[in-house]
Design a protein around this ligand. Structure first.
Ligand code: G3I
Length: 303
């Protein structure tokens, strides 16, 4: 274990982890999460299929457990995620047009209102871009083109005017077609007065592939007056050493701390034991809760 906990750093950024209460029976999981981090993101429990499995039948139990855990341990909460092409409940997939639009607004209003005042930031729209910067063909885009984005942010802002409202995506960490498509969209949304406050860079990365222009790219977005955050960081070992992995974690933390307006870094699960990346040891703690060199590297980088 390490001398100081990650959250006890003098830096102004928060350090978070994705969590799931399905692992709360594992005492070490809970104790490391509470000791090391001052923010959490529900890994699946606030997604639409989890909270409204059939229309009007709400199931907020697991999400509530995470909110309670955060409050007991002085952690911020990143709400994840309101409008996404994935993990949409089956009953929604059969809808279209005005009916679909209304259930989207109702879902946002219901969930954001339930947690009003408790959520630091919501990922309002998740993963709406293709790799070339064009729009993903989703139930949302196919029905409403990009209008669903403004409508979703407006509904979320009405339900909790105090929450920071984010658009979130992956493979946007470098200056590329996808991140430029996103930059163009958020520029347009801001000029239209849409209540958007932040951009989340998921950062599912691999050793040897940390973009050297990450900080420069973040700064393209903060220059628009938006805050930015690293929202789902994990770094596959990719055949390299744990020390190389630690250095890669350092690079990402440094890109955030060197960017005024980068408010925090969230790791997408802190232990390999439960990571969605099952076989490439992408987390700072291994499957037996032993800290890898990445943990002290993150601690140093946060100083
Ligand atoms: O809960 C059911 C369980 O009842 C069932 O028996 C089991 C059988 O497969 O599935 C369980 O659901 C799984 C769920 O995780 C909870 O464990 C789903 O199959 C599985 O697909 C789901 O995966 C999640 C994935 O999002 C879904 O897209 C991962 O845990 C989660 O880490 C991942 O997170 C996403 C972010 O939300 C968005 N960015 C990418 C990131 C990684 O894919």
């Amino acid at each position: 274990s390490i001398a100081a906990h990650l959250k006890d750093n003098a830096n102004q950024i928060y350090i978070g982890t994705a969590l799931s209460p399905s692992h709360f029976s594992d005492a070490q999981y809970q104790s490391i999460a509470a000791a090391e981090f001052n923010s959490l993101t529900p890994e699946n429990e606030m997604k639409w299929d989890a909270v409204e499995p059939s229309q009007g039948n709400y199931n907020y139990g697991q999400a509530d457990q995470l909110v309670q855990f955060a409050q007991q341990n002085g952690m911020k909460i990143r709400g994840h995620t309101l409008v996404w092409h994935s993990q949409v409940p089956g009953w929604v997939n059969g809808l279209s047009g005005d009916t679909l639009h209304q259930v989207m607004i109702d879902h946002i209003t219901n969930e954001v209102t339930r947690y009003k005042g408790s959520i630091y930031a919501w990922d309002v729209v998740n993963e709406m871009f293709n790799e070339d910067g064009s729009y993903r063909q989703s139930i949302w885009y196919n029905n409403f083109q990009t209008q669903f984005v403004a409508d979703a942010f407006t509904a979320a802002a009405a339900a909790d005017p105090g929450a920071k409202l984010y658009i979130n995506d992956y493979n946007i960490e470098s200056i590329n077609g996808k991140s430029t498509g996103l930059l163009n969209l958020v520029t347009q949304l801001k000029s239209q007065g849409v209540p958007i406050h932040g951009v989340g860079f998921q950062a599912h990365l691999a050793v040897g592939q940390i973009p050297s222009d990450l900080a420069a790219n973040l700064q393209r977005f903060t220059a628009l007056g938006l805050e930015v955050a690293i929202t789902e960081l994990d770094i596959k070992q990719n055949g390299q050493s744990q020390d190389a992995q630690a250095q890669a974690y350092t690079q990402v933390i440094n890109a955030c701390t060197s960017t005024s307006g980068c408010v925090g870094v969230t790791i997408w699960g802190f232990t390999d034991k439960y990571s969605w990346i099952s076989s490439d040891n992408a987390c700072p703690w291994d499957g037996n809760y032993q800290a890898k060199p990445a943990v002290s590297a993150i601690e140093q980088a946060l100083k």
